[in-house]
Design a protein around this ligand. Structure first.
Ligand code: SF4
Ligand code: SF4
Length: 442
């Protein structure tokens, strides 16, 4: 029976590893659809940004209470998973609490610490569920934000529920383990002596159960806990919770240039310099390519990694002046649409082969002109994002395509463009009239 359990465990581990690695390879390939962009300069500054923003959760604490609660879940995720190592080894080797003989009293300290964190994670997940579904925090409401309909809402609720169940399985498993140990049952009594900080308070729930039922529950909770973690690890690759992993590389490769600095297209800069007599045409001019972005292949790999790192928290949207004043633009939706487009391309690959083209484009089929035109380029979304995503960068590239490739811009913009061209200022006055305002000054 024990050997069968070990074989089943190794099979489950192998199946989970296979599907997770398949998914990771696919996501990596999708991100690589983006055009090249060098984000490897200033490694020390990049490391510092990652440590502060992703590891230290600095921007999350801009809203201190929610930041603190999120930190509990984050710390729980990082630390409790040390315990998973023991569970995996127990599963493979057929042992029970393998680390106890090596760690002795420190083992109790560790499990007590994990239990306190587990209680914290469980409590915060309940609060977050209430916040979304009972208190109805405005930025998560589908009635106000159409991007929060159906799947994003279900995804958030599902993951919080799974975390609650996993924490419950961990705590109740320990409670039952302590009861079996106190009853002197087999390897339970051999492995440990004593109860743990939180699970001891759960023991009265199970103390009336027979020993056989307790053993069945302990095994069921153990399997549920570890299979749940394997399933969770696979599930996050399909979910906004991918940010658990991607927040680290995404912040490392942050844009370190001053906010608001818009990247010029070198080919356009050269043309302008030639016009001004500051440069000479190349003998064999390089191919210019597309101006701006129409689809995800025109965006950079970092824009695409941004899309996979988005937590759908809506902090960007809640600070966006266009959204606040009722315009159709939501920077969160820009990121979610970009990710949806990537996921649809993936589905096309899997179903019809890698040459498949569904004829759709990010601009037009996912993001509408009305949305990108509403952006004031204020950078509030970039400032607010807890994982340093820039929805603005995508918006600007889509806009550049609209204006430069399709020559399609609102009439007021076209007027401004010709003023810039003719008068070197956005206004319709000639440069010679610039100081007219001072004529009557004494
Ligand atoms: S830069 Fe554009 S999308 Fe971002 S907050 Fe400002 S108006 Fe909204
Ligand atoms: S872009 Fe950033 S702020 Fe906006 S929803 Fe995504 S993670 Fe949140």
């Amino acid at each position: 029976m024990q050997i069968l359990s070990q074989v089943l465990f190794v099979i489950a581990l192998g199946v989970a590893a296979y599907f997770i690695s398949r998914r990771v390879i696919l996501i990596k390939k999708t991100i690589q659809l983006g055009r090249a962009e060098d984000r490897t300069d200033q490694p020390a500054e990049r490391l510092k940004t990652m440590l502060l923003i992703a590891f230290g959760q600095k921007k999350m604490f801009n809203r201190p209470l929610v930041g603190f609660m999120h930190f509990i879940i984050y710390a729980g995720f990082l630390i409790i998973n040390i315990e998973v190592l023991e569970i995996v080894l127990d599963g493979i080797l057929g042992t029970h609490r393998l680390f106890f003989p090596f760690l002795g009293g420190f083992y109790y300290f560790l499990i007590n610490f994990f239990e306190i964190l587990a209680l914290g994670v469980l409590s915060v997940c309940v609060i977050f569920l209430l916040r979304r579904n009972v208190v109805k925090v405005q930025r998560f409401q589908e009635s106000r934000h159409r991007e929060m309909k159906t799947w994003p809402r279900t995804d958030a609720n599902l993951i919080l529920t799974i975390e609650i169940l996993l924490m419950w399985a961990f705590l109740s498993m320990n409670a039952v383990d302590s009861l079996l140990q106190a009853r002197g049952v087999g390897h339970y009594a051999e492995a440990l002596t004593g109860s743990f900080a939180i699970s001891q308070w759960l023991q009265p729930l199970f103390s009336g159960w027979s020993t056989d039922t307790l053993i069945v529950y302990e095994r069921a909770a153990w399997w549920f806990h570890i299979l749940g973690i394997m399933g969770f690890a696979l599930y996050v690759t399909y979910s906004k919770h991918l940010h658990i992993f991607l927040a680290f590389p995404n912040t490392y490769f942050s844009n370190l240039k001053p906010k608001g600095e818009m990247p010029n297209m070198p080919a356009v800069t050269k043309e302008v310099k030639i016009m001004l007599g500051l440069d000479q045409p190349d003998e064999t001019p390089a191919e210019v390519g597309r101006f701006g972005a129409k689809d995800v292949r025109d965006l950079s790999w970092k824009n695409l990694m941004d899309a996979y790192s988005c937590t759908e928290c809506g902090r960007c949207t809640s600070a966006c002046p266009a959204n606040i004043t009722g315009k159709k633009l939501s920077p969160r939706k820009i990121m979610m649409d970009t990710r949806d487009r990537l996921e649809d391309i993936q589905k096309g690959w899997l179903k019809n082969g890698e040459d498949y083209d569904d004829g759709k484009t990010l601009l037009g089929d996912y993001i509408l002109e009305e949305e990108i035109l509403a952006c004031t380029t204020c950078n509030a979304c970039v400032q607010e994002c807890p994982v340093n995503i820039s929805p603005l960068d995508i918006i600007l590239q889509l806009r550049r395509y609209k204006v430069m490739e399709e020559s399609s811009a609102p009439a007021s913009w076209n007027m401004m463009f010709s003023n810039l061209e003719n008068n070197m200022a956005p206004w319709k006055f000639s440069p010679g009239d610039r100081f007219n305002w001072a004529d009557n000054l004494k």
